[in-house]
Design a protein around this ligand. Structure first.
Ligand code: GLC
Ligand code: CA
Length: 543
């Protein structure tokens, strides 16, 4: 049996606001993406996931949608969207849309109607409750640090919002609301899109009265219904954003017999550099062995039973080289290659976030006035009010803030890195004269070509797509190694996760005769007992 296309694919996430501005208003747009399709085809990706481009007041940069069937004017028109889908198809690239259906914007006409009160048919599209003792219905908190309930005086009721108060949660108990969502999804599917990335989808089964937000009891039933009513009829990729997924839960979402989603984004590895039980802002150093154990667990538990997504970055996460590699000029590319090699030989569908392939790094700020992201601003206000030292809060925002991923794409050395001739909505990183696409393409040893090669290898060797996984002991906690294998061939991946030289030892010495597939240092001598800083390679042999 053939694999579904999305099991063999590599996906590229575009954050449209920051990718390419085609009309010089400082905001990236759909025509900008269309202009850059050749670049994306050169990289070799199969699909683009676009962060939201719908009409939105942008309280949360488009994750607050006020019209699901209209393009935000800052991004272009529906004709531009249709043209992007069409042009991308010519390069064998599919367009995956972001689907935000846990909530809408408060400026969506549904919510505006709902505000007219219980007699309005849209009132029940949202979640309303009476207050208790002059306060909110309960102490549920929103993900952006304040009560999840907002009071509407003329109704004397509260509505639920698990994010900002401009993002009221939809009521997934209401069949009419569900039908409106199915219709909207079918509208997009009929355009020939390649699928959906489903924003915070593990929240739709919420039961706010019982304090349940993630993984509510009806969640999987709802997804099966969604599948049946919408994308189940199409050959598309569906990936759910699920902060609360364990491997057992991921099997429910992605098990081939269950007819829910293709796969989910799980965040267990992403949570390893925070203090246990605390928020992402409470920093802790990463332990590479812990990372390896988490990956190994997911690789093994989902084998044959579900499907993994593989990612380091997205629009909510800091840049991976700054986070777990080393963004100094000396090690930026080397550590970036190591991280790419480690991830891309795993089983699952890899996702590359714009700029990751050229090694873009975090953008440190001095003061909160430089920040655009609603989450970072809310956190700052909240923590400073609670007495945290300002320097610590800024340090946390520099390490984990979402703006790190959102500064404009760096295309060349020209004004504003070739992103726009106008002042960009968020400033360009000062390193753009050295870190940019043009420079990366001109240097055959750059990180870009490591990503390109990794994509090609996945297309070339079936063992990367469907082989089994086994962690391999290297007798050094900084050295991570694993094997991928089928009945006839096998690959070994070895990486040094540190900036020091490391010695290591593998039980199986026959690997020394294997064929080298990729290596981030030019000379391959000595790699069997010692690894140079961030050294990484993969070799293949017949069984
Ligand atoms: C997801 C998005 C994030 C957004 C949130 C609310 O986590 O990735 O950017 O703020 O959902 O929609
Ligand atoms: Ca523009």
């Amino acid at each position: 049996m053939n694999n579904p296309w999305w099991q063999e694919a590599v996906i590229y996430q575009v954050y449209p606001r920051s990718f390419q501005d085609s009309n010089n208003d400082g905001i990236g747009d759909l025509n900008g993406i269309t202009q850059r399709l050749d670049y994306l085809a050169l990289l070799g990706v199969d699909a683009l996931w676009l962060s939201p481009v719908y009409r939105s007041p942008n309280d949360d940069n488009g994750y607050d949608i006020s019209d699901y069937e209209a393009i935000g004017p800052e991004y272009g028109t529906m004709e531009d969207m249709d043209r992007l889908i069409e042009e991308a198809k010519k390069s064998q690239i599919k367009i995956v849309m972001d689907l935000v259906v846990n909530h809408t914007s408060d400026e969506h006409p549904w919510f505006q109607e709902a505000l007219k009160g219980p007699d309005n048919p849209y009132y029940d599209f949202y979640v309303w409750r009476k207050g208790v003792d002059g306060g909110p219905p309960n102490d549920l908190q929103s993900n952006f640090t304040s009560s999840a309930w907002t009071y509407v005086p003329h109704l004397d009721e509260y509505y639920l919002h698990l994010h900002s108060k401009k993002q009221p949660d939809l009521n997934w108990e209401n069949p009419k609301m569900k039908q409106a969502i199915w219709d909207m999804m079918n509208y997009w599917l009929a355009k020939g899109i390649g699928g959906f990335r489903l924003d915070v989808i593990d929240l739709i089964g919420k039961e706010p009265d019982r304090g349940i937000t993630k993984n509510g009891p009806k969640l999987h039933e709802l997804l099966q219904e969604m599948n049946q009513k919408t994308f189940g009829k199409y050959d598309v990729l569906t990936v759910g954003e699920t902060w609360g997924a364990t491997p057992e839960i991921a099997e429910l979402y992605s098990g081939p017999e269950r007819n829910e989603l293709s796969m989910v984004f799980q965040f267990e590895h992403i949570n390893l550099d925070k203090q246990p039980g605390k928020r992402k802002w409470d920093l802790k150093a990463l332990d590479p062995q812990e990372l390896h154990d988490v990956f190994s667990k997911w690789q093994i538990q989902l084998d044959q039973k579900g499907w993994n997504s593989l990612f380091w970055n997205n629009h909510d996460l800091p840049r991976i080289i700054s986070r777990w590699g080393d963004d100094s000029p000396k090690f930026r590319e080397l550590s970036g290659k190591m991280l790419a090699i480690y991830l891309h030989f795993m089983k699952g569908t890899p996702y590359i976030y714009q700029g990751e392939e050229i090694g873009m790094i975090n953008y440190p700020i001095q003061s909160i006035d430089e920040v655009d992201d609603i989450e970072s601003i809310r956190t700052y206000n909240h923590r400073v009010a609670e007495g945290y030292p300002v320097e610590d809060v800024i340090a946390s925002i520099n390490a984990k803030g979402r703006d790190n991923a959102r500064h404009p794409m760096q295309w060349n050395q020209q004004t504003n890195a070739g992103f726009s001739e106008a002042e960009p909505w968020l400033p360009v990183h000062p390193d753009y004269p050295t870190i940019n696409v043009e420079a990366a393409l001109a240097d055959k040893t750059s990180l870009f070509y490591t990503y390109q090669k990794l994509i090609q290898l996945r297309k070339q060797y079936q063992v990367i797509v469907s082989g089994s996984y086994q962690a391999v002991a290297a007798n050094n906690p900084e050295v991570l190694a694993y094997r991928r294998f089928t009945g006839s061939e096998e690959i070994l991946v070895v990486v040094n996760f540190s900036k020091e030289t490391q010695s290591y030892h593998l039980a199986d010495q026959d690997w020394q005769a294997a064929e080298e597939l990729i290596h981030n240092y030019p000379e391959s001598s000595q790699q069997w007992t010692q690894l140079k800083p961030y050294e990484a390679f993969a070799v293949k042999r017949k069984k």
